[in-house]
Write a new protein. Structure first.
Length: 293
């Protein structure tokens, strides 16, 4: 097994997304922790076996200069030979969100338990269920289950596929399209589709944002879930109505509380109205309803 490096970087909350996005290219696993009693967060990454040490050092150096980090704010260390990803997965606990139970293969329920079980091996893709933005989406889907019965669902920025899996657990007759710009995410989602035996209900494709081909009126989506970041949410907003039917709903997540006003202003101007807002720590998830003007 090739050597892996562990990267540790301490940053302010506002810089989490910048660091995470930059480290994605050279890491297999990323985790973020709030440092209790401080204004800082720690981001830990385990590099890919194919990552070059010079490349990793260059990426970290770039972040150090960009964010003006001090020597005590970051470190890179060589890890001993060990299957770190397997060890990371073994530490993945069961997660409960309302009717959802998220688990791995190592802690799969042995008997019927009354929950909507989702087996997940997050691998290299975002979306183990532990992040507040993902949790906010899961709670929002449970809220929507009480008021809608969508036939066509789009999961934009599917990551591990967790939200697509949750959607078909709630609406087993619906057809879901899962999309992600990251090939590792597409691969991970396809693996999780197979594990959960929902290949008839979910299609997964690589896509940079919405698909190029616009659907006909009868083929538009009843529900779109987009757990990405504030900047791409704004960029994609003008195209949302091309894919969402009038009366349909969109779930927006991956934004901070400080970005709520900006996101709402953009979507309100396009005919979307707020249905629900879910806040978990500093993260916000919106449910919006679209009405063609």
């Amino acid at each position: 097994m090739n050597k892996r490096l562990q990267i540790n970087i301490k940053v302010l909350q506002k810089d989490i997304n910048i660091v995470s996005a930059r480290l994605e290219s050279c890491t297999d696993a990323l985790s973020t922790f709030e440092l209790s009693g401080t204004e800082f967060w720690e981001i830990n990454g385990i590099t890919k076996t194919t990552s070059d040490e010079d490349e990793v050092n260059a990426v970290v150096k770039e972040l150090v200069q960009k964010l003006n980090l001090q020597p005590t704010d970051f470190s890179i260390e060589m890890l001993p030979d060990r299957d770190w990803l397997a060890q990371n997965r073994m530490s993945f606990p069961r997660l409960y969100y309302g009717r959802f139970l998220i688990h791995g293969s190592h802690n799969r329920p042995k008997t019927a338990n009354g929950f909507l079980n989702i087996e997940l091996e997050a691998g290299r893709a975002f979306g183990s269920g532990s992040h507040e933005s993902t949790a906010g989406c899961l709670f929002s889907l449970l809220h929507l289950f009480k008021i809608i019965s969508p036939k066509r669902i789009m999961d934009l920025g599917c990551g591990s596929g967790i939200l697509s899996l949750a959607s078909v657990k709630l609406w087993p007759l619906a057809k879901t399209l899962a999309l992600d710009i990251d090939y590792d995410a597409v691969k991970t989602t396809l693996e999780n589709i197979q594990v959960n035996k929902v290949w008839r209900q979910i299609r997964c494709k690589h896509s940079n944002g919405f698909p190029r081909a616009r659907p006909g009126t009868s083929k538009k989506y009843d529900l779109i879930v987009a757990n990405i970041l504030a900047k791409p949410l704004v960029a994609l907003a003008p195209h949302s109505s091309n894919f969402l039917r009038s009366g349909g709903h969109i779930v927006l997540s991956g934004l901070l509380r400080t970005q709520e006003r900006e996101i709402l202003a953009v979507y309100n101007s396009l005919g979307f109205r707020l249905v629900s807002r879910k806040r978990l720590k500093e993260w916000t998830t919106f449910i919006l309803k679209y009405k063609r003007t």
